[in-house]
Design a protein around this ligand. Structure first.
Ligand SMILES: CC(C)(COP(=O)(O)OP(=O)(O)OC[C@H]1O[C@@H](n2cnc3c(N)ncnc32)[C@H](O)[C@@H]1OP(=O)(O)O)[C@@H](O)C(=O)NCCC(=O)NCCS
Length: 187
């Protein structure tokens, strides 16, 4: 079982996923200050260096408390962060966690996040002793839904008008993936 004694680096066909540090503050502003990226989020945009550093420290705190990990997504051979992904709400007793992800719009629609989420989910199942992985997304966020479907998640339900996003209540779709649906039984 993963013990948080180090920050793991993950590799996919195109990407290297690594720890986000304060040196990535500008990249974090570029990502979470972008209205397209934030369109289906109820978090405030990150627009200043101070807010970016606060966010990065918050991520570091989750790592130190062994509660969650958020990786920076970089192309292999280019260390610039172009997105993030990770797990949170890890419940070791009930053996489930939630995942999340985001990418700069110029890289959307190329199959990149599907590639990344497959590796993320595989790492989580292998290293966190999970039985299931959850993800939720705002109704209408078709790109995110498609990523989850392509990785093998099932739509399990819809919370009606659960979140307040950009001045209105929105429906939230809950997706789940069981270990046996992703990994061979016994692995
Ligand atoms: C969601 C997100 C990560 C998807 O990343 P991506 O790299 O573009 O995803 P992929 O290319 O692997 O797959 C996207 C799929 O959605 C489809 N898609 C995207 N937008 C679509 C739309 N408006 N209508 C129909 N299909 C759409 C793509 O065609 C693709 O499906 P396909 O492979 O069957 O053609 C990206 O859009 C993003 O960062 N959005 C902002 C942050 C966000 O919403 N994160 C998720 C929060 S739950």
């Amino acid at each position: 079982m993963f013990d948080f004694s180090y920050f793991p680096v993950l590799e996919t066909a195109h990407f290297r996923l690594r720890q986000i540090t304060s040196a990535d503050a500008d990249a974090i502003i570029g990502l979470f200050g972008n209205p397209e990226v934030m369109r289906y989020s109820n978090s405030p945009p990150i627009l200043t260096n101070e807010a970016a550093v606060e966010f990065i420290n918050w991520l570091e705190g989750h790592f130190q408390h062994r509660a969650a990990l958020r990786w920076g997504i970089t192309f292999r051979g280019d260390d610039r962060v172009i997105g993030t992904c990770g797990f949170h709400f890890w419940d070791a007793e009930n053996r489930h966690t939630d995942i999340g992800y985001d990418l700069l719009p110029e890289y959307w629609g190329k199959g990149y996040m599907t590639e990344i989420v497959r590796v993320l989910v595989g790492w989580c199942f292998q290293n966190l002793n999970l039985h299931r992985i959850q993800a939720d997304c705002t109704a209408g966020n078709i790109g995110s839904e498609r990523v989850l479907e392509k990785v093998g998640f099932t739509l399990e339900g819809i919370w009606r008008e659960r979140d307040w996003e950009h001045g209105r209540f929105v429906d939230i779709k809950q997706f789940g993936l069981l270990r046996r649906e992703f990994l061979p039984p016994g692995s």
